[in-house]
Design a protein. Structure first.
Length: 267
């Protein structure tokens, strides 16, 4: 069996290797962590333990991959190929975020983040209505019949069933006001602001006809306790921390770089 040092050229310079490196390819190094990941990836699909020969082959693949990467960069493919540029940008971005995610989350910082951003975790108000829409062409006669049925004690559901045949579908349950607006429009929604629960609104005109809404239920906007939304708060905190880490990293690169803009470049 060929030895590993023979496979990589017979030059065993391990004593000169930087800490954590398992090989050097020109001026670049292959880290032991990279080799370990490659070995784990291959062994995951094998029943038997990897042999020394298997490990040597994998080492060679890493070396060959590094040579191809170096060749691509030397040929300027990173500048010419948009797909490769995007992949490189994505790889650096992922590395920065991975290192950011490795840092522990301080309970005190998480609590401060929650109190500084309470509005992000607020539970919006929700409204549940039963709606009746009458087209302009037949509205006059049907409005009279509706009002008479209401005075006789018809239930909201009976009225909806009887007169709501041409009503656009409105969700049967609590929904945010902005979502309800998509179904009934701004005028009917505005009429609900002071409407008590369990009451019908007055007739509300719009360009296509008239609406009447029955307010079944309403919940007010509220801010939940941190304990009930901790996972959501932590996810938002980590996203913000990752964005800040990436911003700092890019700003450092820009400070170290020599950047020149032409007079007509957007600034």
């Amino acid at each position: 069996m060929a030895s590993l040092s023979a496979l990589i050229g017979g030059n065993n310079a391990s004593n000169a290797m930087p800490p954590g490196a398992v090989a050097r390819v020109n001026d670049a190094v292959i880290l032991r962590a990279d080799l370990a990941r490659a070995l784990n990836a291959v062994s995951a699909g094998k029943r038997n333990v990897l042999s020394n020969e298997d490990k040597a082959v994998i080492m060679q693949r890493l070396i060959e991959e590094e040579l191809l990467v170096q060749r691509a960069l030397n040929r300027g493919l990173a500048e010419e190929d948009p797909t490769l540029r995007n992949a490189l940008v994505g790889a650096v971005t992922k590395d920065v975020i991975t290192r950011s995610r490795a840092k522990p989350v301080s309970p005190a910082r998480l609590r401060d983040f929650y109190f500084q951003n309470k509005a992000r975790f607020a539970r919006p108000a929700r409204i549940f209505v039963k709606a009746v829409f009458l087209p302009r062409q037949t509205a006059s006669a049907q409005m009279t019949a509706f009002d008479q049925a209401l005075k006789k004690g018809a239930s909201p559901e009976d009225l909806r069933q009887r007169f709501g045949g041409q009503t656009p579908p409105v969700p049967n349950g609590l929904i945010p006001p902005q979502k309800l607006k998509d179904y009934v429009g701004p005028g009917p929604l505005a009429a609900l602001k002071s409407l008590p629960t369990g009451q019908w609104s007055p007739w509300i005109q719009d360009k296509n006809g008239v609406w009447r809404l029955y307010l079944v239920n309403r919940t007010r906007a509220r801010i939940p306790e941190l304990s009930s939304v901790r996972d959501q708060v932590e996810a938002a905190y980590l996203d913000d921390r990752d964005d800040a880490a990436l911003r700092r990293y890019i700003d450092r690169l820009k400070r170290k770089a020599k950047i020149e803009l032409s007079p007509d470049a957007p600034q």
